[in-house]
Design a protein around this ligand. Structure first.
Ligand SMILES: Cc1cc2nc3c(=O)[nH]c(=O)nc-3n(C[C@H](O)[C@H](O)[C@H](O)COP(=O)(O)OP(=O)(O)OC[C@H]3O[C@@H](n4cnc5c(N)ncnc54)[C@H](O)[C@@H]3O)c2cc1C
Length: 463
């Protein structure tokens, strides 16, 4: 049995590791990826200076050797032929497969604006782009100035990158085409909290405006001309104006696509021996019947594990992904889950402008089908409540009398979470029908930096 995996992101690496957990090395596995195996969501930590580049890598040659996986890094798959069970590589070779996994992720979209290809104008999507942005900023700092950065696009990825740059203490400005920031994640009231918060951080936000052009100026800076006639000056421009799934590879192959590659609850495409996972897959969702693309790390990990188990011959069905967005907007935590924008749904809302606190729970009968939360991490319960709301939704727990309790006491999530039995249900839930195993990969065989604290150790029995 030969499994070929295209990609090296979380969907691909989790699939490979799951295949090995189930088959113990009995199959042949080949992984082809044009980039090193790494996690894009770690890039902002590198950008912020919290980790070295090496810690964005999620596997190395020794790790793949231990898993008995043949790797072809720096190589692209250029064609897929499901009936003939073969893929063509950019180095002219072909690989035959029994099972194929397509985990090619997504790519940033550059807006069609003059100047988006100038040096110093970058999406922040890859290791190479992150390295370039850091080098541009270092050159400005070496000249004795604070780097000025204009961020174009204040969606989920844009705000994560903004937070990293804020930690660097760079001088920032944001341009967002829509009427408010995080338009596909927060309603207008929650976004207003975040925008007032950013004003306190001295970060100007230009909402409802587009970029007309980006011009190189004689002093090395860039002018960003906006639709209202205003012009911003920056050393670096970061583009965060949306992404699209990398589906071109399968066009003409017969594999069914919609927005992305359509998969069933076993991650199989329209060819049962061809699987897809992660950002490139359009799969089952919780709280909805239509398949959707949820381009986030947890979905990529779950997809990869479900695909891996099925490729290894086990029937594992995926219950569906949950839209979940959690962003630290320069100190204000902003979160949304599920059908947070369900306009006609019954809702329970708290809105405290002065305290920067916002909570909105959306109901479908006595279950929570969507939620928005905003607040400071240090506020009582903010972070633990986020996890508990997610748990209530993932288990689709019927709250019964606890619904009225939460409507009367929207801050007391904990009591409803325990009382409704959600915690107990969650503790018994597994994705693959058995407990997950720790990855045990450490880059460069490094030990974990932080020892388990005494407070944490209470929760873990030593084996
Ligand atoms: C800056 C940033 C921050 C993020 N932060 C978060 C976060 O906080 N939380 C969250 O949930 N998500 C976050 N994400 C999104 C998350 O990283 C993605 O959802 C996740 O990486 C998707 O995983 P994947 O395995 O599907 O694809 P990817 O991680 O994109 O991996 C796909 C790999 O396949 C390679 N490839 C593509 N085509 C081919 C081909 N034809 N041949 C060979 N190789 C190919 C690609 O180059 C890439 O290396 C962030 C993303 C970015 C960019």
């Amino acid at each position: 049995m030969h499994h070929v995996i295209i990609g090296g992101g979380p969907a691909a690496t989790n699939a490979v590791e799951t295949i090995r957990q189930f088959d113990g090395g009995r199959s042949v596995v080949t992984l082809v990826c044009d980039e090193p195996a790494h996690s894009r969501m770690a890039l902002p930590y590198w950008l912020a200076g919290r980790i070295p580049e090496a810690q964005a890598h999620t596997a190395d040659a020794a790790w793949f050797a231990r898993l008995q996986v043949t790797t072809r890094f720096g190589v692209r798959v250029v064609a897929v032929d499901p009936p003939r069970k073969a893929v063509a590589l950019s180095d002219g070779r072909t690989l035959d497969f029994d099972n194929l996994l397509i985990a090619t992720g997504s790519s940033p979209v550059r807006p069609p604006v003059p100047g988006v290809d100038l040096p110093g104008v970058e999406p922040l999507w890859s290791l190479a782009q992150t390295g370039r942005v850091l080098r541009y900023a270092a050159a400005v700092e070496a000249a004795g100035r604070t780097p000025r950065v204009a961020l174009v696009g204040a969606g989920f990825i844009g705000c994560i990158v903004l937070n990293a740059m804020y930690e660097r203490k760079w001088q920032l400005a944001v341009v967002e085409r829509e009427a408010h920031l995080l338009p596909r994640m927060l309603d207008a009231t929650a976004a207003d909290h975040a925008q007032r918060w950013l004003a306190r951080c001295d970060i100007p936000i230009h909402c409802g405006k587009t970029v007309r052009q980006i011009r190189q100026q004689a002093d090395g800076t860039k002018a960003i001309d906006l639709s209202d006639g205003q012009s911003l000056t920056a050393d670096v421009v970061i583009l965060a104006t949306g992404i699209r799934p990398n589906v071109e590879l399968v066009h003409g192959s017969g594999i069914a696509t919609d927005e992305a590659i359509l998969v069933n609850d076993r991650m199989q495409t329209s060819f049962p021996h061809v699987y897809a996972a992660g950002d490139v897959a359009q799969g089952p969702v919780l709280f909805g019947t239509a398949h959707a693309v949820h381009p986030i790390q947890p979905t990529a990990v779950d997809h990869g594990r479900v695909a891996g188990a099925n490729m290894a011959g086990h029937e594992v069905r995926y219950p569906g992904s949950l839209t979940m967005n959690v962003v630290d907007v320069c100190g204000l935590q902003c979160v949304s889950f599920g059908r947070w924008d369900g306009a006609a749904t019954e809702a329970t809302t708290i809105d405290n402008r002065a305290g920067f606190i916002y909570r909105r729970l959306l109901w479908r009968d006595d279950r929570i089908s969507g939620a928005i939360l905003a607040g400071r991490a240090g506020d009582l319960g903010m972070l633990t409540d986020v996890g508990m709301v997610k748990g209530l939704m993932q288990t689709q727990t019927r709250l019964g009398p606890w619904k009225q309790y939460l409507r009367d006491n929207p801050f007391d999530i904990r009591r409803a979470y325990i009382g409704s039995g959600a915690a107990a249900k969650l503790a018994g839930t597994t994705l693959l029908g058995r407990p997950s195993e720790a990855r045990r990969f450490r880059f460069g065989a490094a030990d974990p930096e932080a020892a388990v604290s005494a407070a944490h150790a209470v929760f873990f029995a030593k084996a």
